[in-house]
Design a protein around this ligand. Sequence first.
Ligand code: PAF
Length: 272
Amino acid sequence: MKIIRNINTLTKHLELLKKNKIKIGFVPTMGGIHQGHQSLISNSKNKKLYTITSIFVNPSQFNDKKDYFNYPRNLNNDLKKIKKCNCDLVFIPVIKDIYPKKIYVKKIVKEYRNILCDNFRPGHFDGVTTVVKRLFSIIKPDFAFFGEKDFQQLMIIKKMVTILNLPIKIIGCESVRNKNGLSFSSRFNLFKKGQKNILKKIGNIINRNLKKNSKNFNINLLLKELKKIKINKIEYIEIRNDKTLHISRNNPRLFISLYIDNVRIIDNFKLY
Ligand code: PAF
């Protein structure tokens, strides 16, 4: 597995690949690699694509500086996990490569905004689209893979590619879930033992409620049970149409965002 940190070295290598008509699959990450990322890399490899993973903790998508500094970083561990998936190349840029002049954000996508995470993390999605656009312009992949765990992000990136008319196919991949039924998240690495127990309880509660009646899912019942285990900071629990993100019981998907102490977790569950 090649590891490239320098943008010029990467560009030269990519030119060679293009010359040989090799198709590229791209998995952008901020590190904190888990089974979810690994499945994105495997998806790309299964399509016989030359697979590039990037690791870059993007400062412009953190509306909270503390969150940026506390974000889990463990490069050696990440590289080991990426290598296990037979990834071909890992690109690890520095801030100057991505933002040569200064860190900036540009609003590219106006759809799917002012709802869900966008309500609670102002500017976050502008930071995401800014960095993904920049990474796409460096790597020029044929395919890019994103997890459904960040469902709103996936929809916004698909929209960005349409707006900018980029020749990249965005592949959304189903969440990989832990044994408690929650989608893996880099932030789980921040949890101590007590918090892991709470996470387990949350997973059990959600999945018990999903099993009861996913077609007519009862949000109030779920809320009540979460309050019982003292989950008090809940940003949203909503059911939305997963094609439009409108509040609806057509093509319904349950979207959840809550905190365990100061760690924010999000997840979503297809209800049909
Ligand atoms: O989903 C993430 O990890 C990030 O938002 C992404 C897409 C790598 C952009 O920084």
